[in-house]
Design a protein around this ligand. Sequence first.
Ligand SMILES: [Zn+2]
Ligand SMILES: [Zn+2]
Length: 648
Amino acid sequence: MINITLPDGTVKEYPKGTTAMQVAEGISSGLARNVLAAEIDGEVWDATRSINTDVSLRLLTWNDDNGKMAMWHSSAHLMAEAIEALYPGVKLAIGPPIENGFYYDIDFGDHNFSSDHFPKVEKKMTELARQKNCFERIEISKTDAISYFQEKEDEYKLELLEGLTDGEITFYKQGEFTDLCRGPHIPNTGFIKAIKLLTTAGAYWRGDEKNKQLTRIYGITFPKNKELTQYLEMLEEAKKRDHRKLGKEMELFTFSQKVGQGLPLWLPKGAALRERLEGFLKKAQMISGYEPVITPHIAHKDLYVCSGHYEKYGEDSFQPIKTPNEGEEFFLKPMNCPHHCEIYKSKPRSYKDLPVRYAEFGTVYRYEQSGELHGLTRVRGFTQDDAHLFVRPDQVEDEFEKVIDLVLYVFKALGFEEFTAQISLRDKENREKYIGTDENWELAENAIINSSAKKGLVTVIEYGEAAFYGPKLDFMVKDALGRTWQLGTIQVDYNLPERFELEYTGSDNKKHRPVMIHRAPFGSLERFVAVLLEHCGGNFPLWLTPDQVCILPISDKYMDYSKEVLNSLKISDIRAEIDERGEKTGRKIRDAEVRKIPFMLIVGEREAAEGKVSVRRHGGEDLGSMSLEDFKTLTHKEITENIDEFVV
Ligand SMILES: [Zn+2]
Ligand SMILES: [Zn+2]
């Protein structure tokens, strides 16, 4: 007999060889119908795998990320099975689960394949899923595994096998299909109820452009049809909210091949929006005791030799800038921290001077592969809302709390209501991997945990996710469509103070090292604007939005009065413009809708005579006719509503 400990702490005795599925069946048949996999002593297993020792067990369903992963990984196998049946002789490379669904990279050989074939593959997958074929785990020797794939002439699996150790190799088999795979998988294909293939793309074997290009097919599956329908609706909505599309319609930013890929050009309305975001954060930072600094876009090689970044520059980064002086090299700034360290060093510091907080909207350049570039979310030049705090070890907790306050203020003002925070700590087993004293690490790790708890953050602790130079706290926001984005980050650093030999004189009159904290509530302005655009579908909060008001005269006769209205609004700090085109009012309204302008003021004979405006909200709500003063009051109230002053 073996003892199995359940998540609630109860320990039950089972015969040796019991499976997680049998444990589930013992609890209820309803539960068993939903069990996709199991966590055995923290490791994800097939629910059908025999358990032979005392373990702790957690059953995984669709509600668990690892349950979804098992489902989607199994779906990749199901798709491979269908494709192998429909296109004999195809070769299979890799097929992992991803954040939303799965993909498989396939060498179709002489077969033609395009998304037109999706329905055929989906039909075959559905047919195979209904057979409820079990996923069978087979332990196999390396020699036998090699001869299996030699016979199949699948050079990709053979290459993967080269990197595997004999004795640790497993196959998974369902129906007529066998794959080299570590697992885990769902009990049988019948759990896959709704199937949708999404897109295809070219993908180089092992991501290397020198290798053959394979066909990557992305798909997603669900345990219920209803969930697939909801997901597809969400995708449809996401398409409408794509920041690249909205950015164009709202004239916020553009790209030019001549300027270069991944280098956004901010148009006047986008630039003004960015400045408002900067101004908003600068004000809060000023209240929090930050001091603005400005540093150049390039720096001498020596700076990056000192910071350690130099070693990381390879052939796949931006290359050094040469000067007429033999051997002299400069680099485009990939991060602002080394510059700020030098500012800290510009004069002696005492313990009473700390914390020192330097803030800079610093533009940095990083070379991303062209295939990785995506709108404003992956670019080659971007501006971080960066700041570096130089603090005493005993000040870390206090500073963390203050930075969390600032991040929460930003989220609230911009309408991100749902977010979680991930705390990344050391791998407890491998403490030697990290730089900095044990004592300081303890202090910083506890500081992050305590300050997060004090601020009521919902946190997940990840051991082993800390950087070698310090622990960190990352904020993940959920947008209006339920997608998760990583935005702000706060990071402790013991490395750079060491490398730059930063010091302060303590109350003991001795020299001490400050701790450095890197933080960026937005992350980068580019990425933040992209996420915000998709989150609010272009309907920015009123204080931030490019044009708050569009005045629509119903004919040229009312142009003079429209100009009076415009001037009056401008004097009151309301951003407005007149649609002077000779178009019909209906057309003007439609265009203002596309540009997401929150208020339209329709001006005709009656309004001009009475000194009023007819107010229409974006989306169609008619607020009726009102005096210009009343409209201003209404607008000012809404502007200040979600942007109260930041208080420390
Ligand atoms: Zn697999
Ligand atoms: Zn930094």
